[in-house]
Write a protein that binds this ligand. Structure first.
Ligand SMILES: Cc1cc2nc3c(=O)[nH]c(=O)nc-3n(C[C@H](O)[C@H](O)[C@H](O)COP(=O)(O)OP(=O)(O)OC[C@H]3O[C@@H](n4cnc5c(N)ncnc54)[C@H](O)[C@@H]3O)c2cc1C
Length: 465
């Protein structure tokens, strides 16, 4: 039961990794802590429960990581994916702190997988959670409960009262009842606004109706909106989101990793008009998978179809949904409800433009088309071997970039540039302070864990003073 007469040292809003790291750290520092999670218990954990790993620097092999991954290489990787749109001070701090935060998470009960050897290159740079993000979230909730954090589910914060940079109270609905929650400090860790289709429509128009959201439906951005309305400084491009192409049959929310499709480089992709619209073989897939969500979003009806032939079937992970198959391109077109003559012409033109060469699915092989617009610059092989297989594609939104600006103590900046008195933020809601564009696998959990622990400590210290 929520007791409205109680005043806590720290109110943590959110129930994912960043919120839990903040709540546990604040308790470690001796603060009384209340955590409000808008989801019911069964769906707690936000997008964090879909994750697999955290990118971490380390100087030597460990039981969970191979080789070494030093600060400068990590920084270079970040610089490349963000095209320089990052804050070097904050980014380097996150990078260095990952070394501390991985053992800290382990101490809180998070189990990591022994380092995988073989072809998975991420085993050097990323620590994998044993049992995935769901197990991580469950472990952190157990620890938070044991430490005495007061946790409420079905507890949605919709307004944060801020007077001249000072948080005074939060208005929430807890278990269906309107409540005022009072605390000396606040940590906002409520993720992005990617599940708020109405907000996405402000930038994408009606197309946003056809977007699928890869993670939690609770990422409504209400806390972000009230913080910005209350004078907190925005950061990050509001029009940008991380979007990948996923199986078009995925559920509207929470489809997670299993709905991703990796077959695009090995075939062609056509839109609803049965025409190709982009170079499917522009670069290796890890460098290109994140542009395909946006590309599909720009097509009529926000739908596209990836098509491969028998030769390519074993080159990618199968979808969780059944492949759509046919023995001829015409028959496949019928099954996809595309114009058969146009699809046959698209495939005929593509096949005629392919220049034979040594095909190598693991490298930029230069098997390319000639005289075709758009071209396919690698892995171009004629679609000539039945059976033909297709998967529908839709934009799958991972997260948005708009957030609140923080400093290295996780304290929120106000619009006039001064620091907020007692407002802190961690995780996706402030990651725009570091990620101006692009994304590096495992960096979301790195930001959330590092800034979560910092925000918890900063909030506890501020509450004491
Ligand atoms: C499918 C998928 C796979 C991913 N894999 C990885 C990976 O392997 N490694 C990696 O680093 N990153 C990964 N990411 C990104 C990663 O999920 C995020 O960077 C990270 O989880 C953000 O943590 P967070 O705590 O800030 O947000 P979240 O985990 O999303 O938590 C936000 C929480 O706030 C709650 N909330 C929202 N609004 C309110 C409100 N008004 N009141 C109260 N509570 C509210 C939500 O219910 C939720 O519990 C993945 C994302 C997806 C979608």
């Amino acid at each position: 039961m929520f007791d409205a007469s109680r005043r806590f040292d720290v109110l943590v809003v959110g129930g994912g990794n960043a919120a839990l790291c903040a709540a546990i750290s604040a308790r470690e520092a001796g603060a009384s802590v209340i955590l409000l999670e808008s989801a019911p218990k069964a769906f707690r954990g936000g997008n964090s429960r879909h994750t697999r790993n955290l990118r971490t620097m380390h100087e030597a092999p460990t039981d969970i990581l191979t080789g070494s991954y030093l600060e400068d290489e990590y920084w270079d990787d970040l610089l490349r994916v963000t095209g320089g749109r990052t804050d070097e001070t904050l980014a380097r701090m996150v990078i260095r702190e990952t070394k501390r935060v991985v053992p800290w998470l382990a101490k809180q009960g998070v189990a990591f997988q022994p380092a995988l050897t073989g072809t998975l290159s991420l085993s050097r740079t990323n620590a994998f959670f044993l049992g995935g993000g769901k197990a991580l979230v469950n472990a952190l909730y157990r620890t938070a409960e044991r430490a005495g954090v007061e946790i409420h589910y079905h507890a949605e914060v919709h307004r944060i009262r801020i007077e001249d940079g000072m948080f005074t109270a939060a208005e929430a609905t807890i278990g269906g009842f309107p409540e005022i929650v009072r605390a000396r400090t606040l940590v906002a860790a409520s993720g992005g606004f990617q599940a708020n289709i109405g907000w996405l429509k402000e930038y994408w128009g009606e197309a946003a109706e056809n977007f699928l959201i890869r993670g939690t439906p609770y990422a409504q951005g209400k806390v972000l909106r009230t913080l910005l309305d209350g004078g907190c400084a925005p950061v990050g491009d509001p029009t940008q989101c991380h979007a990948v192409a996923i199986d078009g049959r995925a559920p509207k929310f929470d489809g997670g990793l299993a709905t991703r499709l990796d077959c695009i480089p090995f075939g062609i992709v056509v839109n609803r008009e049965a025409r190709r619209f982009y170079d499917e073989g522009e670069d290796v897939w890890p460098k290109r998978y994140a542009i395909w969500g946006r590309l599909v979003a720009q097509q009529p009806g926000q739908i596209a179809y990836a098509i491969v032939d028998r030769k390519a079937e074993e080159l990618f992970l199968p979808s969780v949904y059944p492949p759509i198959r046919a023995d001829s391109i015409g028959e496949l077109a019928q099954k996809l409800e595309l114009d058969a003559a146009t699809l046959e012409a698209t495939v005929r033109d593509f096949n005629a433009a392919c220049r034979p060469g040594p095909f190598d699915p693991q490298a930029l092989d230069g098997c390319r088309t000639e005289g075709l617009d758009p071209p396919k610059t690698h892995w171009a092989r004629p679609l000539d071997t039945p059976r033909f297989t297709a998967f529908p594609l839709r934009p799958g939104i991972t997260f948005t970039y708009l957030g609140v600006k923080v400093d290295e103590t996780a304290r929120i900046r106000m619009q006039e540039g001064k620091p907020a008195a007692n407002l802190f933020a961690a995780g996706e809601i402030m990651s725009g302070s570091i990620l101006g564009q692009g994304y590096l696998a495992g960096f979301g959990m790195a930001i959330g864990s590092v800034f979560g622990t910092i925000a918890g400590r900063s909030a506890a210290r501020t509450a004491r003073n």
